[in-house]
Write a protein that binds this ligand. Sequence first.
Ligand code: GDP
Ligand code: PGA
Ligand code: MN
Length: 612
Amino acid sequence: MADLEAVMDEAGLTNPRVRAFVVEYAELTGAARVEVINASDDARLLEEAVAAGELEEVGEGRYYSRSYHKDTARSEERTVVATSDEKDRGVYNNWRPTSEMKPLLHERMRGASEGRTMYVVPYLMAPPGNPLAPWAAGVELTDTRTVVLHMIRMARVGVQHVNDLEDPDSFVRAVHVTGDLEHLGQGTADDQRWFVTVADERTILHFGSSYGGNALLGKIAHGLRQGAYDGWASRKFLAEQYMLIGIHDKETGRTYHVCGGFPSASGKTNLAMMAAPDALGERYHVSFYGDDIAWLWVDEDTGRLMGMNPEYGVFGVAKDTNERTNPNALASVGEGTDCIFTNVAHNPTTGEVWWEGRTEEKPRDRRGWLDWTGSPVADRKDDDTAPWAHPNSRFTTTLANVPNIAPDYDAPAGVPIDAIIFGGRTRDREPLIRAITDLAEGVYDGLTLGAEATSAAEGKEGVLRYDPMSNRPFMAYGEGDYARHYLDVVGAATDQPIFAHVNWFQRDAEDGHFLWPGYRDNLRPLLWLLRLRDGEVQGRRTAVGIVPTEDELDLTGMDVPAEDLQRILSIDKERWQQEMGFREEHLAQFDRMPEEIWEAHRRVAADLEQED
Ligand code: GDP
Ligand code: PGA
Ligand code: MN
């Protein structure tokens, strides 16, 4: 491609190391053309994508994309962290040596973009000027236009983010090649896909999927796996699968910042987009900083633990999003937002979209509706109960469209963190909220987060599993080293955050109904937590943390049956004692687990014995 240098000249891509990287992979993948992308290319790319049939316009300024039917979620088995040092092997990171994985990926990618355009997407996973910006620059090369359109929504994109790097080499090299999706043997013994982060070379090589979680390399591969590795290697920061919100109390004028990890598809986006319940809306406002990733560090001047969202958009789960559960989410994908829906049901005739839980009943007039596979639902047999939308169908929208976006979400300094919460789908045992004031016990609690797996990963829905800090699919190095690093980073802060474990998903053993209505009402236990931190309530001490008394929880304007409330605020001693045995086995798998974590485990176990 003789004109490649000219293309980069014209696009103003000046970083010589980036240019060399582009040349190397243009040759390897055999792409026919190269295009350098800035965010300002969005409107043109949308038009091209519609003309090529990759996107459909549904209503004014809303777009629809469908993925290949075997390419709808992250693949955890095929995801690998590679380095040259076997000490980086953990239980969950699927560690492999670089010497094995890099040639394998290069072989898969060789010639695989023949005839296609290779898009060069320079990005920054941080607000510009943030102290962690030196680890946030990257360049994704992708051969798929819809991936570019998603990247423009999810990350800050443009050549300025890589041109003026202090060290021109300090960007993440991220290569995405989709491959021939119909012939990759997804999920079989002959699976051709590989999603590899070569962490000690800051290189990401993903082959075989165009689904967001596998293909938007700024997000999960850089924002989580590479970020986590860099944060540890530099001893400077944590990269976590956390949402990050501000809770503003108009009466006292105070704003608190809460971040926290729930496994994929367990409520982070909903919590971050929360509109306060009507009865509390006069006094409180919840603002959105981030819904999926937070990087945390200690400010060198103030000594405070700080957090920021490296992303620029939202990749949210559609299922059950409606006017009652999440009005802000619906507004963020309204007309004129240029949002992209993936794998929901849609009606090309009327320009409507629908997913399970969007409305209580399915649209009555079935004419024109297509399910997520593209089949007309009118042709379905009456007893066909398959969902119209894929359970992991998503919407992608940029932060500016989120109605409750924090005014200072882009501030270089980040925000001070008051509380860190963990949670997940747990149908029993875990109460609504239990607060933990001790750092080691908080970290211990995060490491033993056990929850039901969800549709965000292939083939695991409903299985109970441990998911340390909700990072299991994103762990980049050994879990014991991770625990040590977490204790060191947060422990260095002058003002310790309070920890808590929350569970919005406890169910009735008989009829299976959720014991807590969830969504907007989740603000209530968080307000209790902040009051506890401020010493305004005392709660009830238990072996596994402090739980609210019934009258401490502000339930104004809501109706929870007394027995449900009692259940979600109580501790089932026997179930917890059984759980402690499982936790011991879980923790024992990890090398170099810090002694503080074992001490916390033994302390909780001993306290449980004393509990009546
Ligand atoms: P994320 O992937 O962690 O960001 O999770 P989302 O916020 O996108 O939510 C995943 C799924 O859980 C969606 O189908 C939500 O409707 C549902 N969900 C979120 N919060 C709650 C809650 O408080 N209660 C219940 N029952 N479901 C919830
Ligand atoms: P989620 O997104 O955590 O919002 O589900 C990312 C993913 O896991 O694919
Ligand atoms: Mn989310």
